[in-house]
Write a protein of this length. Structure first.
Length: 130
């Protein structure tokens, strides 16, 4: 049976890296490799290799503009800007946005069938499967 699910909403910490020194406790120096030369260009972002950082705990290169995401469990991941913009939004809601969300929630509650056959007083409201 196919179910519609919603991804759990969590607040994460993220910082965008552009150059050496931006977040020196996470991204160190410049990317280096014996296979690469100073004038080589990154296949992923098109920038020069010398413009890249190195994330030691992930043993990987960081492109200028990549986001470093720190999850609550302490794990880090690197994500390019396009992917980050599709998946995440700043968590700085305005008062109007909060009120709009509140109104949407109230609207859903008002439309919920609260008849006695849908209530389970020990465990709260339950919904019938269509």
């Amino acid at each position: 049976m196919l179910f519609k699910v919603k991804e759990t909403v969590k607040v994460i910490d993220a910082v965008q890296w552009f150059k050496d020194g931006d977040i020196s406790d996470i991204v160190h120096g410049h990317w280096y490799s014996t296979d690469l030369h100073e004038d080589d260009v990154c296949e992923k972002c098109g920038e020069g290799i010398c413009e890249h950082g190195y994330m030691e705990n992930l043993y990987t290169m960081v492109c200028p503009g990549d986001w470093i995401i720190n999850y609550p469990d302490g794990k880090y991941i690197i994500m390019d800007e396009d992917t980050f913009d599709k998946l995440y939004a700043p968590f700085n809601p305005t008062k109007e946005e909060c009120l709009e969300q509140y109104d949407k929630i109230l609207d859903k509650i008002e439309k919920t069938d609260m008849s006695s056959d849908n209530l389970d007083f020990e465990h709260g409201v339950r919904f019938k499967m269509p």
